[in-house]
Write a protein that binds this ligand. Structure first.
Ligand code: 2KA
Ligand code: SF4
Ligand code: MG
Length: 206
């Protein structure tokens, strides 16, 4: 296929600060891809409202911004066909490439930094398939996630593990989150879990 003819499912492309995890505050260009292989009831993204954009149009849009860090997100970006061709082109422009993935499908080799957010509601899927490693794991506290956290820390090797409050109807379940954080960190000789908040929502930015 002629590379300039490839079209991608794009929800939005925008520049802001990374709001979550270890790289919180890092100026970043977000490329948000359409579609997802899961359907979390509390999902905050309209991943089915996308337009098709050509490789050239994406590169042109990205070049309008000044950040050197690109965050590939969604939806679920690993199910986007031909993503590796776009990633090759972005790498050629010298960008640092980070991804936000649910961790069920392999991550393309061009990615420099993996943040994965496995979903408790799909716990059984992660027994069958999951990425083997990540730079950071973030689990959203949408209920009692302790058993799921143990499963994931035993199956996905990561530098850092985070719990994130779940935002539903405009409220963040902070008490449930820090309570479970404490329970995890009470265990001897286990990975330490830290707090990751969606700081962009509190700061009122994208
Ligand atoms: N500021 C900001 N940081 C983010 N980190 C991950 C995001 C996502 O939607 O994947 C996100 C987002 O939507 N906004
Ligand atoms: S995996 Fe992420 S994008 Fe997909 S439905 Fe769940 S929260 Fe939404
Ligand atoms: Mg978001």
């Amino acid at each position: 296929m002629n590379q300039t003819e490839i079209n991608y499912r794009i929800v939005e492309i925008f520049e802001t600060l990374q709001g979550e995890g270890f790289n919180t505050g890092m100026p970043s260009i977000f490329i948000r891809f359409g579609k997802c292989n899961l359907a979390c009831p509390w999902c905050d993204t309209n991943y089915n409202q996308f337009e098709m954009m050509s490789l050239t149009a994406i590169l042109t849009k990205v070049a309008l911004f000044s950040a050197r860090n690109i965050i590939i997100t969604g939806g679920e970006p690993t199910i986007q066909p031909h993503i590796e061709i776009l990633l090759d082109a972005l790498k050629q422009q010298g960008y640092f490439l980070a991804i936000e993935t649910n961790g069920l499908k392999p991550v393309p080799p061009q990615i420099d930094y993996i943040a994965t957010s496995p979903k408790r509601l799909y716990q059984k899927n992660y027994l069958k398939h999951h990425i083997p490693t990540a730079n950071e794991v973030r689990i959203v506290v949408d209920g009692d996630v302790l058993d799921f956290c143990e499963q994931i820390e035993n199956s996905i090797q990561a530098q850092r593990y985070y719990l994130s409050p779940c935002e539903q109807n405009g409220e963040m379940n902070m008490l449930a989150t820090i309570t479970q954080l404490g329970r995890l960190n009470q265990r001897p000789n286990k990975p330490r879990w830290q707090l990751s908040i969606q700081t962009h929502k509190i700061a009122g930015i994208a």
